[in-house]
Design a protein around this ligand. Structure first.
Ligand code: NAD
Length: 273
């Protein structure tokens, strides 16, 4: 089944499923991204921090896919929030990716103690205005950080990419995003694997004849979020994309909703610096 798209607040369409590339083995990244393209993915999530933009770019080139058919996201690394540093880092990303535009460029972390994210946002607005990013957004922003961006900026972020999965539902952040027309992207949608052994998820999966990973990814998609699970195993890469031929019922959704807890696997946005 075809991968659905969501319309961002500036009209750009984003495939609701993508391929995550954090911590893929560097020497296999090119081939694994090509494997994802073979499995039907048309959206890749990378970052300056992952040090694999060049390999992602090599896969893009080797795939032979028209550039317009692939949605590419990358992210500004933490050292480059100052205005000119952000512009220079973005230019390096384009060079590494071998493309003259990205579909989405994000501020990776707000780093509130540094206090430069509104300056970084101004740089991203310039990049968007130049046409070299079709959309711009943020990652790991709490509502308080987004409020400052909304106050000081002129463009509303298209997305907010945050850790979210059944053990970290992120109700507050998602409600704030939705109220402002910001699409939520769920990073570590499988909780880095931590949620996959849960008996509630196993039961939901069994009822639909799917795997736990497929049940969890389907839950995300039905909540309306964008997901980009990561796997370095071709069979799992294909499995994770095969989630559009079944639907969870209200009871299944409620059962997975009920697993919410303080299950953060990554850094907290207020303290990461
Ligand atoms: P994830 O939740 O996608 O989990 C990946 C792990 O789950 C794999 O390493 C594997 O162990 C397991 N897995 C994957 N598919 C499986 C399957 N079908 N069956 C069984 N096990 C399976 O974790 P992630 O890689 O941390 O997150 C996904 C992507 O989100 C990243 O690759 C990256 O692109 C993005 N991300 C963004 C941020 C950010 O700060 N913006 C932080 C972390 C991750």
């Amino acid at each position: 089944c075809a991968i659905p798209t969501l319309r961002l607040n500036n009209g750009v369409l984003i495939p609701q499923l993508g391929f995550g590339t954090y911590k893929l083995p560097p020497d296999q990244t090119r081939d694994l991204v090509l494997c994802a393209f073979d499995a039907g993915y048309r959206h890749v999530d990378t970052a300056q921090m992952y040090r694999n933009e060049r390999e992602v770019g090599q896969a893009l080139a080797a795939s032979g896919l028209p550039r317009a058919e692939v949605f590419v996201t990358t992210k500004l690394n933490n050292a480059f929030h100052a205005h000119d540093a952000a512009l220079a880092a973005f230019a390096r990303s384009l060079d590494a990716l071998g493309t003259d535009y990205v579909d989405l460029f994000l501020i990776h972390w707000p780093l509130p103690a540094l206090g430069l994210y509104t300056q970084a946002w101004a740089a991203l607005e310039e990049i968007a205005a130049s046409g070299r990013a079709r959309a711009i957004g943020v990652s790991n922003f709490q509502p308080a950080h987004l409020e400052r961006v909304l106050e000081t900026g002129t463009v509303v972020p298209a997305v907010n990419q945050v850790e979210a999965h059944p053990y970290l539902r992120q109700d507050e952040v998602r409600a704030f995003d939705a109220a402002h027309g910001i699409v939520t992207q769920a990073w570590s949608p499988l909780g880095r694997g931590t949620v996959l052994g849960d008996s509630v998820i196993a039961d939901v999966a069994a009822r639909h004849g799917v795997t736990p990973a497929q049940a969890v990814l389907r839950w995300h998609v039905q909540r309306g979020d964008v997901v980009f699970p990561k796997s370095a195993k071709p069979a799992r890469i294909a499995e994770n994309a095969d989630i559009f031929g079944f639907a969870l019922g209200e009871e299944d959704m409620a059962a997975i909703d009920g697993l919410n807890r303080d299950g953060r696997t990554g850094s907290h946005p207020d303290t990461e610096n």
